[in-house]
Design a protein around this ligand. Structure first.
Ligand code: NAP
Length: 242
């Protein structure tokens, strides 16, 4: 399989990329500014690209051409995301700045990438869209992460809308809703509250490895379950079950 993975330098995106390369996939991986791991750059099936998703012009100039190449990826994994807090008591301008930035990175850029991918896949033999949402889409988050929860809720609704309308073009779309996953993004919470606090209410006494998400994505990208289209896969250590 040939895939585009955003946020491939670290965390969940790194695990996704590892799993796809292990399955003999080819991957275009993006990051904002970090170097890619040597295990990727030394692999001829990996192509790395730096693009800041908060910059709409960079998104258009660097990512749109990927879906205009002679051969375009058949799998798109919208994984890159930001988790930035802002309190309801902040002034309106700072509060909205957080909302605009979060929406741009977590929803607008992934939506546009999905649009470019779908319009290409419709003309060919279809494709697979996998959006990394969050449990926050289902259970909300604390007030200071309301923009994050809203962006992920939007992503799930986007995924379902695509799933409803593009199945006849052999396109399937899935959401994954992780709980706490052991990456840099979760480290802040681990540092503040400790891992024990985060595992309270979970079925396990450690938070989830990003490699589990990587394995799930590789399975969905394999094309073995196209009729699961529209589904959300909850991977949260049993912290809630729906
Ligand atoms: P992470 O460890 O913070 O890694 C984020 C990745 O996204 C990095 O590759 C980073 O690139 C890239 N990225 C961040 N901002 C970007 C921007 N403005 N433009 C382009 N790339 C950008 O995050 P993670 O924990 O792996 O999270 C991956 C996804 O899972 C996110 O969508 C997140 O919301 C979701 N998720 C995570 C958890 C969790 O507990 N970790 C739970 C639920 C959902 P650089 O390395 O260059 O910064």
């Amino acid at each position: 399989m040939y895939a585009l993975v955003t946020g491939a330098s670290r965390g969940i995106g790194k695990s996704i990329t590892k799993s796809l390369l292990k399955e003999d996939g080819r991957v275009i991986g993006t990051a904002r500014s970090s170097e890619f791991p040597a295990e990727f750059t030394e692999n001829e099936d990996f192509e790395g690209l730096h693009v800041d998703l908060s910059d709409p012009i960079a998104v258009e100039t660097k990512l749109k051409p990927i879906f205009q190449r002679d051969e375009a990826p058949k799998v798109l994994i919208n994984n890159a995301g930001i988790f930035r807090d802002v309190d309801f008591e902040e002034d309106d301008e700072s509060w909205l700045q957080n909302w605009d930035n979060t929406m741009q990175v977590n929803l607008r850029a992934p939506a546009l990438l999905s649009k470019w991918a779908l319009n290409r896949w419709k003309k060919e033999e279809g494709g697979y869209l996998i959006n990394i949402a969050s449990r926050a889409a289902y259970r909300g988050d604390t007030q200071e992460y309301a923009s994050y929860a809203a962006s992920k809720g939007g992503m799930v609704a986007l995924t379902k809308s695509i799933a409803r309308d593009f199945g006849k073009d052999d396109i399937s779309a899935y959401s994954i809703a992780p709980g706490f996953i052991k990456t840099d993004m979760a480290m802040d919470s681990i540092e503040i509250y400790g891992e024990d606090y985060l595992t309270e209410g979970m079925a396990f006494d450690e938070i989830t490895s990003p490699d589990e998400v990587g394995e799930l994505v590789a399975f969905l990208a394999s094309g073995k379950v196209p009729h699961m289209t529209g589904a959300t896969f909850h991977i949260n250590g049993g912290s809630y079950m729906i």
